[in-house]
Design a protein around this ligand. Structure first.
Ligand code: ADP
Length: 510
C-alpha cells in the first residue's frame, strides 16, 4: 500500500475506530449499571401504585371513623343513627365502644360477637393505648390496627375528647372484595395485575389471574395487618422489560458501529480511488510526454539529416520520408486520442448515427492495417460472418475508433508469438466484432480495471510498451453511447479476446 494511503488509514483508525471502540466499551460497561437503574425505576413505579392502594384502604377507614364520631353517644337513639350510617355497608361487621378503663364494652352497630370483642380488648396493650393518647394530644386521631381474630380485622381509635375507645370489626375478605376492589381495578388499568395476599402467601383477590410466583413487588397493607398488596405486569416481568431495553440499546450500539464502519470503509475506498487516480494521472503525464517525445525526436532527426543533404541515395531518402510520415501519423494518433478523451470528459462528443455494415468497415480497416501488421511480423486472419447482414445504427467513425483501439492493443501487447484473429458475428440480437491476440493476456482483477481511465497494468511488459491508459476508457464510452457491451476473455500468458457487441439494426428480421 502506498504510504499516503497508509497515513489515511491510520488517521481513519484514529478518528473513527478508536473513539468508536471507546464508546462501545463504555456503553457495554454502563449497560449493567443502567439495567439496575431501570429496574429500580420500574420497582419504584410499582411500589407507588401499591402505596396508593394501601392509602385508599386507610382513607376508607378514616371516612368511617369520621362518620362514627358524628354520632352523639349520649343520645338515646344512637343505635338508630349508626344503623342509618352503616346499614348498606357490607364490609364493616361491628362497631363497638369501650371506656378507656377497660370496664365495659358496648355494641353500637352490627353483630354482637362478644368473644371477638373480648379478645380485641385483650390484644389492646397498654403501650398501644398510650400511643393513641399521645397522638390524640398532638391533634391526630389515629386508627390503630390490632390484629386478626377469627378471620376478622380489629381496628381501634380514641374519641377526640372523651375517654371512649372505639372498635371496628371487619371481615377482611368482604372489605377487600366490596370496598377495596373497585379502586384496585381502577389503578391497575389494563397493564397491571394487582392483588391481595394473605399471611399464608395465597392470593385471595386479584383483578386478573395472578400467581404468587409472578408477583414483582409486595407491600404490607398497614391498615390490614397480615395482608399485603401485590403487583405484577400483565404480560411481562420487570426482568424482561429491562432486558428488552438492554437489547434495544445493544442493537443501537450495533447499528451505530456498523454504520460508522461502513462509512469509514466507504470513505477510505473513495479516498483510495482518488489517490489512485491522482497517481494514474501523474503516470499518464509522464507516459504522454514520453510518447510525444520519441516521434518528435525521430521526425526532427530525419528531417534535419534530409535538410543538410547528407543522404546520398534515393532509396535512403525514401526510407527516411517513410519514417517521418509514420512517426507524424503516430503523433497525430496520440493527439487525436487525447482530444477525443478530453471531449468525452467534457461530455461534448457528438455521435452522428447512421446505418452501416460492420463487415464493410472492418474490411476497410484491415486493408489499411494489413501492411502495418505484416511488416511488424504479425500472422493475422479475418473471418467475416456472412449468414446474416451485420447492420447496426451507430457512429461509423466512433465504431472504427473503438475497433482500432482494440486492434492497436492486440499488436502492442503481443510478444514473440504474433498472431491476431479478427472475426465478426451475430448473437442474441447483437452484431459483434472480435479481435483475438496471442499476447501477454490479463488477470481477472486487471480485466475489472482496464476500462478505467489512465489505468495500465502494472507489469514490466506493459511498462515497456508505449501507452496512455486512455484507449479502453474511450472504447467503453463509445460502447455505452451505442448501448453496446464489451466482453473480454483472457488469462495471463494465453492471449486475450476482446468482443465489441452492438445492437443489431435488423433484429426484427431474424
Ligand atoms: P494503453 O494506452 O496503455 O494501451 P488502454 O486503455 O488501451 O491503454 O489499455 C489499458 C491497459 O489494458 C493497458 O495498459 C494494458 O495493460 C491492458 N491491455 C489492453 N489491451 C490488452 C491486450 N490485448 N492484452 C493485454 N493487455 C491489454
Amino acid at each position: 500500500m502506498k504510504s499516503s494511503l497508509k497515513k489515511i488509514l491510520i488517521y481513519l483508525i484514529l478518528l473513527v475506530f478508536i473513539p468508536l471502540s471507546v464508546y462501545t466499551f463504555i456503553q457495554f460497561q454502563s449497560l449493567n449499571e443502567s439495567e439496575k437503574v431501570i429496574k429500580g425505576i420500574f420497582e419504584n413505579q410499582l411500589e407507588s401504585v401499591l402505596n396508593s392502594a394501601g392509602q385508599y384502604s386507610t382513607d376508607i377507614l378514616t371516612t368511617w371513623q369520621s362518620r362514627i364520631l358524628t354520632v352523639d353517644l349520649t343520645n338515646e337513639n344512637k343505635t338508630d343513627a349508626f344503623t342509618q350510617l352503616f346499614s348498606g355497608n357490607r364490609s364493616l361487621r361491628t362497631i363497638a365502644v369501650m371506656d378507656t378503663g377497660y370496664s365495659r364494652i358496648k355494641i353500637l352497630f352490627g353483630e354482637a360477637d362478644s368473644s371477638i370483642l373480648n379478645n380485641a380488648a385483650g390484644i389492646l396493650t397498654k403501650e398501644k393505648l398510650t400511643r393513641l393518647k399521645t397522638y390524640r394530644r398532638g391533634g391526630y386521631n389515629k386508627i390503630e390496627p390490632l390484629g386478626i381474630i377469627q378471620g376478622k380485622t380489629i381496628l381501634t381509635f380514641l374519641h377526640p375528647q372523651k375517654e371512649y375507645l372505639f372498635f371496628m370489626i371487619l371481615p377482611v375478605e368482604d372489605f377487600i372484595r366490596n370496598s377495596l376492589s373497585p379502586k384496585l381495578q381502577e389503578i391497575a388499568g389494563d397493564k397491571l395485575s394487582i392483588g391481595i395476599e394473605n399471611e399464608e402467601g395465597s392470593i385471595i383477590y386479584s383483578n386478573v389471574e395472578l400467581k404468587a410466583g409472578d408477583v414483582e413487588i409486595r407491600k404490607e397493607i398497614w391498615s390490614l395487618p397480615g395482608y399485603s398488596s401485590v403487583i405484577a405486569f400483565n404480560d411481562a416481568t420487570i426482568e424482561s422489560l429491562v432486558k428488552a431495553r438492554s437489547y434495544i440499546n445493544l442493537l443501537l450500539i450495533g447499528v451505530i458501529n456498523v454504520f460508522m464502519i461502513l462509512a469509514a470503509i466507504f470513505l477510505f475506498r473513495n479516498i483510495k480511488r482518488e489517490v489512485e487516480t491522482a497517481q494514474l494521472k501523474a503516470d499518464f503525464v509522464s507516459n504522454v510526454s514520453h510518447e510525444l517525445r520519441t516521434p518528435l525526436a525521430l521526425i526532427s532527426m530525419f528531417s534535419e539529416t534530409l535538410e543538410l543533404g547528407r543522404v546520398r541515395t534515393e532509396e535512403k531518402k525514401q526510407e527516411y520520408y517513410g519514417i517521418i510520415s509514420r512517426e507524424a501519423g503516430r503523433l497525430s494518433r496520440i493527439v487525436n486520442k487525447i482530444l477525443s478523451f478530453s471531449k468525452m470528459e467534457a461530455g461534448k462528443r457528438i455521435f452522428q448515427f447512421a446505418r452501416f455494415d460492420i463487415n464493410e468497415v472492418i474490411t476497410e480497416v484491415m486493408n489499411t492495417y494489413s501492411y502495418h501488421l505484416t511488416s511488424n511480423g504479425f500472422d493475422y486472419s479475418v473471418d467475416l460472418h456472412t449468414t446474416h447482414n451485420l447492420i447496426m445504427d451507430g457512429d461509423k467513425e466512433a465504431f472504427t475508433e473503438a475497433f482500432i483501439n482494440i486492434l492497436d492493443n492486440a499488436m502492442k501487447y503481443c510478444r514473440s508469438v504474433k498472431s491476431i484473429k479478427v472475426s465478426t458475428g451475430f448473437r442474441d440480437e447483437y452484431v459483434f466484432a472480435e479481435i483475438a491476440d496471442s499476447g501477454i493476456g490479463l488477470s481477472d482483477a486487471d480485466i475489472q480495471k482496464i476500462f478505467d481511465k489512465f489505468f495500465r497494468v502494472e507489469s514490466a511488459l506493459v511498462h515497456n510498451t508505449k501507452g496512455t491508459g486512455l484507449g479502453l476508457s474511450l472504447v467503453k464510452y463509445i460502447m455505452d453511447a451505442h448501448k453496446g457491451k464489451v466482453e473480454v476473455i483472457s488469462k495471463p500468458g494465453t492471449g486475450s479476446t476482446f468482443r465489441l457487441l452492438f445492437p443489431s439494426a435488423e433484429k426484427k428480421l431474424f
